[in-house]
Design a protein around this ligand. Structure first.
Ligand code: SF4
Length: 123
């Protein structure tokens, strides 16, 4: 009848040794998870759309739809149908998005179907 008592003592001793180790391990896991979350880069903020009225847009004749290009403007001297932003080497971001970043207008999104006088074909 003494044997269960020994087993119980042994069990309690093992638990006493295991719990602090488990708590330390759990704390390390939680701490690492929190540090990983804190170190993870934030999702990129959504950029504002470039307005045609923006001075930099006006300077380059930017329009948010190629159908609005003023062909009489000197800025459109090199314009040709089919020169949408989504076929320009300066366009960045995800193919298929309606508005994407452009290297010429940092911090703004341009329309994939837009155009400006800096248009250059994708190589
Ligand atoms: S540089 Fe190219 S992608 Fe950027 S606005 Fe002008 S035509 Fe569009």
């Amino acid at each position: 009848m003494n044997k269960p008592e020994v087993s119980r003592r042994r069990f309690l001793a093992q638990v006493a040794m295991a719990v602090p180790a488990g708590a330390v391990l759990l704390d390390a896991v939680v701490t690492n998870h929190a540090q990983a979350q804190a170190a993870a880069p934030a999702a990129p903020a959504k950029l504002p759309k470039l307005e045609e009225s923006d001075p930099s847009a006006k300077a380059l004749g930017y329009v948010d739809n190629i159908s609005k290009v003023d062909r009489k403007s000197p800025l459109a001297a090199r314009f040709a149908p089919g020169q949408e932003c989504d076929k320009c080497s300066q366009l960045q971001g995800k193919v298929g998005d309606a508005y994407r970043p452009c290297a010429i207008f940092p911090g703004k999104l341009v329309a994939a179907k837009g155009w400006c006088s800096v248009w250059a074909p994708i190589a």
